[in-house]
Ligand binder design. Structure first.
Ligand code: GLN
Length: 288
């Protein structure tokens, strides 16, 4: 057997393989995966880099690098992804929680909700985060995908909100008990024509049904407005994530059904990311 590499040498070799495979942030990913393979926290890695790499660690690391070179996301290799300061289980059955969705969380936390519905809950990251932040509230997560709901239930367990959330397999609202004072959704909003532009990580490893409506990217909003808006109490709020070009179209859909105080909220990169509107009613008219 050949002499073991040091940690630094192993990282260098792996970074080269990932770079050749077109992985955008090869060095960063190699470090994350090396930390994971060694069972060491990423920030402590530097301490171990001068040391020879144990055989079993090298073996695990090689396997991870091979999969990463096939553009499997780091989150899938390590099984988790951070969202709004919490760690969520992820798998190919759910859309990876993304930083831009934290804008939806911030917007929702500015409303005073007690019963929230998350439509197309996926990993559950939205409803679980909202309930963890709002200890008096209860919620429902709906999804068409049964395997996604299993992941969501484990995430609720992980963050101690299981007793306040139910997960329901549902085609839009058909199986969901109503009403709600807040409805949130990060629906599939990528147009079919834009799917080819996505990175291999997203195209090959994330659930297509969570990304695109296979049409113009707006059908999910039309469905939400038709099926979900009637489940809002007077004064209740609808908040949806959007793609950066969809602000005007989604605002119009909301105004067309007489939602009030419709506004578009940008994400941290300054791109339009969230649209919100309020059901007409007592709470709205006193606030205006
Ligand atoms: N923001 C995601 C992406 O660009 C899409 C999420 C969605 O369609 N809801 O990959």
């Amino acid at each position: 057997m050949s002499n073991p590499l040091t940690g630094s040498q192993a990282l260098l070799a792996a970074t080269r393989i990932l770079t050749e495979a077109g992985v955008p942030d090869a060095a960063r990913d190699a470090r994350k995966l090396f930390a994971y393979a060694s069972g060491v926290e990423a920030w402590r890695l530097s301490l171990t880099l001068p040391e020879p790499v144990p055989h079993d660690v090298q073996h695990r690391f090689d396997a991870l690098i091979k999969r990463r070179a096939n553009r499997e996301p780091v989150s899938h290799l390590i099984g988790t992804r951070e969202f709004y300061g919490r760690v969520f289980e992820v798998s190919p059955d759910v859309l990876d929680p993304r930083p831009e969705t934290e804008t939806l969380i911030e917007t929702a936390l500015r409303t005073n909700f007690s019963r929230v519905l998350d439509l197309g809950t996926g990993s559950g990251c939205i409803v679980v985060t909202l309930l963890a932040e709002m200890p008096q509230a209860v919620g429902v997560g709906g999804d068409l995908s049964a395997p996604a709901l299993d992941v969501a239930a484990r995430n609720a367990e992980r963050h101690g909100v299981s007793d306040r959330v139910s997960f329901v397999q549902s085609d839009w609202m058909n199986a969901i008990p109503q009403p709600f004072d807040l409805i949130v959704s990060n629906p599939p909003y990528i147009a079919a024509s834009e799917m080819d532009d996505l990175s291999p990580e997203v195209q090959k490893w994330e659930p297509r049904m969570a990304l695109t409506d296979e049409a113009d990217g707006l059908s999910a909003y039309r469905a939400i407005i038709t099926h979900a808006v009637p489940a809002l109490i007077p004064g209740g709020t609808l908040i949806v994530e959007i793609g950066p070009t969809q602000g005007a179209a989604v605002s119009r859909l909301m105004r067309d059904v007489d939602l009030r105080n419709v506004s578009v909220v940008p994400d941290l990169d300054g791109r339009d990311r969230v649209v919100q509107g309020q059901m007409v009613g007592f709470a709205t008219s006193t606030r205006r």
